[in-house]
Write a protein that binds this ligand. Structure first.
Ligand code: ATP
Length: 298
């Protein structure tokens, strides 16, 4: 593990351990909800108290996510994307407004919503297998050790890491670490996968590989995905809808682009589609003209 990893691991590990504390609760089995009322973000604001006074990070954020949808969230640095995702994950509460899943308010982290961070948040002293097993063990209280081991192994295999199961995070690449995080998140069968810029630290080739793996996992598991990205092309390849946020303070959803490409998607096909460039230009126009970041313009 390099120095940067060790510095950045701490907050994510704190969030992860907070999730793990609530994982020991029985699974929330509100499965009968209608798809149109899956995740509702209603008129959310988030105000942070600071020594200089209250800072309004988000104000009037509204978004409805359908079950099984793949949503990407984009916006300039500091606009409040992580703030919003942390509230959906249940790590923080909104100052006003409400977020509901299956019409029940989200009040804490839970195994129905698993988070994957950019910095992997793996326990460096545990092996790949142990990192995944830990989550499985915390959730599946009624299963035998053998069954739990099989679940961990199955998900390590799903992300192609069987050969590396006995290695520790410091002995594997960034792409492999992110695969472990995804395997760990999926191993407890969440309804939602919440991804905070998961591929931001990866090289372009690994990034494209993982995007494709994520799409096939999403298709097979029918999990609902909410993912932050800074990359318009990544969003156009992955998402059903691209949610573009205005700049803070008091950021909100500025515009939502419907991404019409049929699935399964092939990157080379998308590049040949004139609509790809229209959508890309629309996103670029939003980010760099209508909501240009002051610092970027200077
Ligand atoms: N605990 C906090 N106290 C005070 N201000 C905060 C706190 N957390 C976040 N903020 C502020 O809220 C705003 C939104 O932060 P957030 O991290 O959600 O943005 P972001 O869009 O995810 O940024 P990035 O893309 O750089 O990760 C920023 O101005 C940030 O400085």
């Amino acid at each position: 593990m390099d120095a940067q990893d060790s510095n950045e691991l701490k907050p994510d590990l704190m969030s992860f351990s907070k999730t793990m504390q609530t994982l020991s609760n029985p699974l929330n089995s509100s499965v009968a909800a209608q798809s149109e009322s899956f995740l509702e973000i209603r008129d959310i604001s988030k105000v942070y108290p600071t020594p200089g006074g209250d800072f309004v990070a988000l104000d009037g954020v509204n978004l409805t996510v359908k079950e099984g949808e793949f949503i990407c969230l984009i916006g300039h640095s500091g606009c409040g994307k992580s703030t919003l995702l942390n509230m959906v994950a249940g790590f923080h509460q909104p100052t006003s407004g409400m977020i509901t899943l299956h019409q029940k308010p989200i009040t804490e982290p839970g195994p129905d919503r698993m988070v994957v961070f950019q910095n992997y948040s793996l326990l460096p002293w545990k092996t790949v297998f142990e990192n995944v097993y830990l989550a499985v063990d915390a959730v599946y209280k009624d299963k035998s050790k053998g069954e739990k081991k099989a679940i961990a192994q199955e998900h390590i295999e799903l992300v192609g890491l069987t050969e590396a199961a006995d290695k520790r995070p410091g002995e594997i690449s960034g792409g492999m670490k992110q695969r472990v995080s995804i395997a760990r998140a999926l191993s407890i069968r969440p309804e939602m996968l919440i991804l905070d810029e998961p591929f931001g630290a990866l090289d372009p080739i690994t990034r494209e590989e993982l995007q494709e793996e994520l799409l096939s996992i999403w298709r097979e598991h029918r999990v609902t995905v909410l993912m932050i990205t800074h990359d318009i092309d990544e969003a156009l390849f992955l998402a059903d809808r691209l949610v573009m946020m205005t700049n803070g303070p008091a950021a909100k959803v500025g515009e939502i682009l419907e991404i019409p490409f049929s699935r399964p998607r092939m990157r080379s096909r998308l590049m040949e589609d004139p609509r790809y460039y229209e959508l890309r230009n629309e996103a670029l126009d939003f980010l760099y003209r209508r909501f240009a970041h002051d610092e970027i313009e200077e």
